[in-house]
Design a protein around this ligand. Structure first.
Ligand code: PLP
Length: 395
């Protein structure tokens, strides 16, 4: 396959191929319709005059759309600036409520949580709380014996994500919500990556707290929500006005919230589409594994999201070089490593699953979204194969 042929194929596709949907998703047209509606309604929802009534109605309608999609009560939703805030709020506010003498001073997290959960755990550790990190194996399974051993009447909260953002691995939270409750502990889950890919029924789950983000669900950046089950008391996290029933002060982001609510109305369709994405993802992985040696799909044997593929590609200088090579060919993917002051830093999710630093630096993440077509995935597969071969010849 020559470069010219590939450039020609990409030209015929006429757009970049975006395979970084776990980082952010392109807003759907329903989100943009929501933006238009909200911009026409600029009154402050907290005011009591007629300029406010339309804004208030929009806010309520978004709350209803989202609660109906997630199966919870509209008032169990607290709108936030995104899932980082929701995660901080859920975990810190619970521990803030604690009497210092309370016997429940412990937090249990999985070792592969998003930084907004892990660093909140670090913060609480500095405040004298005990944090246990559940190991996750290289194959992607939680160490359930560890969890069983550490879950006790000292546990205030267990927080385990539904789906991991780097690997797409799904965790069996259903079982552990029940076990946490049996010990009198509460359960929070970062459900950001599961939204729109897995069916979510909050009532059936019986979960206490759950975090979501608009921009991983074809809506806007800067808007998310925290589900807080009726009866769970959270201290006010942002102090100020009485918005969100005194739990999160600040004039609401009506544009983001309305867009989020409009996309939720299409939620069932989005979930149905994830079957198509699973087929494309599986076909791509099969072709790569059968065409080249020394490629490993991280978590291949574990239950995974339909759209995510985390690939360890040996024999190339680093995943960054592959990402840049694909970028030049019109394809966006991501690597977990971050470049700080010219030095590549490894991905903590992968190293905590037992990959070496070198291996983690050779991993890429491909995350499909609603707009991806079979033609695009076929083009991507051919292109990445030729890029890997090219880079392996350099190494
Ligand atoms: N949790 C997970 C699993 C994520 O993937 C992300 C975003 O990368 C976040 C939380 C943070 O979301 P937000 O950008 O809305 O703060």
């Amino acid at each position: 396959m020559t470069l010219n042929y590939l450039s020609f194929m990409n030209l015929s596709l006429k757009r970049r191929i975006y395979l970084d949907n776990n980082a952010t998703t392109k807003p759907r047209s329903s989100a943009l319709e929501g933006v238009k509606k909200a911009l026409k309604s600029w009154g402050n929802p907290s005011s009591t005059h007629q300029n406010a009534s339309q804004s208030k109605a929009l806010l309520w309608s978004a709350r209803e759309n989202l609660s109906s999609f997630l199966n919870c009560h509209p008032l169990e939703i607290i709108f936030t600036s995104g899932a980082s805030e929701s995660n901080n709020h859920a975990i810190k506010a619970l521990f803030q409520n604690l009497e210092t003498q309370s016997h429940r001073q412990e937090l249990i997290l999985s070792a592969v949580e998003h930084p907004s959960v892990l660093t909140t755990g670090d913060f609480l550790k500095k405040q004298g709380k005990t944090v246990h990190y559940i190991p996750v194996s290289r194959k992607g399974f939680l160490d359930e014996d560890f969890l069983e051993k550490h879950l006790s009447d000292k546990t205030l909260l267990v927080s385990i994500m539904k789906a991991n953002n780097e690997t797409g691995i799904l965790f069996p939270i259903e079982k552990w919500i029940q076990k946490a409750h049996e010990k009198g502990a509460l359960f929070h889950s970062d459900m950001v990556q599961a939204l729109g890919k897995e069916k979510i029924d909050l009532k059936k789950l019986g979960i206490d707290l759950a975090s979501f983000s608009g921009h991983k669900f074809y809506s806007l950046q800067g808007c998310g929500l925290l589900y807080c089950k009726k009866g769970i008391h959270l201290d006010q996290f942002i102090h100020g006005g009485s918005q969100e029933r005194k739990r999160r002060a600040g004039t609401e982001n009506l544009v983001g919230i309305t867009a989020f609510g409009e996309v939720a109305k299409e939620g069932e369709f989005i979930i149905t589409e994830s079957k198509r994405l699973r087929f494309l993802r599986n076909h791509m992985e099969k072709t790569l594994l059968s065409s080249l040696d020394n490629i490993e799909v991280i978590g291949q044997e574990a239950p995974r999201l339909s759209n995510t593929s985390c690939l360890l590609i040996k024999g190339i200088p680093a995943a960054e070089s592959l990402m840049m090579n694909l970028d030049l060919k019109g394809i966006s993917i991501s690597v977990g490593s971050a470049c700080h002051s010219g030095k590549l830093e490894s991905n903590t999710v992968l190293t905590s699953m037992g990959l070496t630093t070198k291996e983690s630096l050779n991993c890429i993440r491909i995350s499909l979204g609603l707009e991806n077509t079979k033609e695009e995935i076929d083009y991507f597969t051919k292109t990445i194969l030729s890029s890997i071969q090219y880079l392996r010849n350099l190494d």
